[in-house]
Design a protein around this ligand. Sequence first.
Ligand code: PMP
Length: 285
Amino acid sequence: YDDRDGWIWMDGKLVPWRDANVHILTHALHYASSVFEGERCYSGKIFKGHEHSLRLRRSAELLDMDIPFSAEEIDAAKDAMLKANGWTDAYVRAVAWRGSGEDMGVSARRNPVRLAVAGWEWGNYYGDAKMKGAKLDIAKWKRPSPETIPSEAKAAGLYMICTMSKHAAEAKGCSDAMMMDYRGYVAEATGANIFFVKDGEVHTPKPDCFLNGITRQTVIGMLRDRQVKVHERHIEPSELESFEQCWLTGTAAEVTPVGQIGDYSFEVGQMVRDVASAYEKLVRA
Ligand code: PMP
């Protein structure tokens, strides 16, 4: 993927795709001092782009990193990158990290904080599974307590167990894994939030130890506007059996119905179809 034409914005300017490299002694590569964003540009406009820029800065702050660009400058960087590549519909990846410098130990205050904005054309994250209902494994790794890691941050270090869980799920023929939290409650998938339907009402885990996704908040708002009751609460795995429908939300996942989690099955019903099509309309509105 590194040997291709295109433009990536790095530390204030556009550079050719092939030249967007970092040194092997980059602090982030050794110690996970990295935060990022995933966004989507639809018909020429990034959906909630500014919110993503603010979240990137907030994630960095939680990791004691000060990105040397304002949220407005990050917005402009994303637009410049999209324009240079000629994209109106693309996935956008902003990433900020602690670079190489004086420090090669754990402490790295003297190393610069760097920022890059790349993008690529990315269809639905779950591909064919999209409207058929994705099949999920149950991960053995748990979302950690917010006392052990800044779980509000979209930080690279939080994804180590996600990649491990997703690989294990894929080896079993699943598209993704559902993760429990450190207390044993249902948490989220490895890169998306989760929702359930029972008796016409929606239930979703309370985001007290995982990312409160921008898509999640958008979908909750859409449902409440339609007078659908949404319960944000702790969900026990034993409740899975009682839920009729299930879906995932995320920038990459958008709204993806879930057909199966472990031994539990869900129908791709009317509610999830309505939510998916309403979200599709909203992002292009
Ligand atoms: N949880 C995790 C672990 C994620 O990686 C993502 C994707 N950013 C989400 C939830 C959903 O977040 P958003 O809707 O802001 O993309």
